[in-house]
Write a protein that binds this ligand. Structure first.
Ligand SMILES: [Zn+2]
Length: 138
């Protein structure tokens, strides 16, 4: 099978950081996620780096992820765009959701990345320390 999922994304970018590939039974979820990520990618016009995609339950536990993490369903990605602050990227994602261009889901703002998932209903949160952080990058 091809490694390519869309114009700008490859399957290997989403494998668990412990090296586990996205299981076949979760490919439909991953395809839906990538479909939406590609819309974000096309909108911003610059590369997006996936710092965390799929996570095995054991890896998720190891790094202290939520017990219901969408990463374990291959429905979530933590994203970095070098030329955008996480807050600016978060605003773009929220804008695209509001416009109905991408699927509703979870959007979490962290110091160095933005989490987006395609759970189908909107939920918003701040990573540790973000809520009170009013620095220039926010
Ligand atoms: Zn995440």
């Amino acid at each position: 099978m091809s490694n390519k999922l869309s114009k700008n994304f490859k399957k290997s970018e989403f494998k668990c950081r412990d090296g586990t590939k996205v299981p076949e039974r979760l490919m439909e979820n991953l395809e839906e996620l990538v479909e939406n990520l590609q819309i974000i990618r096309d909108f911003i016009g610059v590369p997006m780096h996936i710092i965390s995609g799929y996570r095995t339950p054991s890896y998720n536990k190891k790094i202290g992820g939520s017990t219901k993490s969408q990463h374990m369903k291959a429905k979530a990605a933590d994203i970095v765009v070098k030329t955008l602050s996480p807050a600016a990227l978060r605003d773009i994602i929220n804008h695209l959701i509001e416009e109905g261009k991408i699927k509703k889901g979870g959007v979490g703002l962290y110091r160095k990345f933005v989490h987006y998932d395609v759970r189908g209903r909107n939920t918003r949160w701040y990573g540790k320390g973000m809520k009170d952080y009013k620095g220039e990058n926010v």
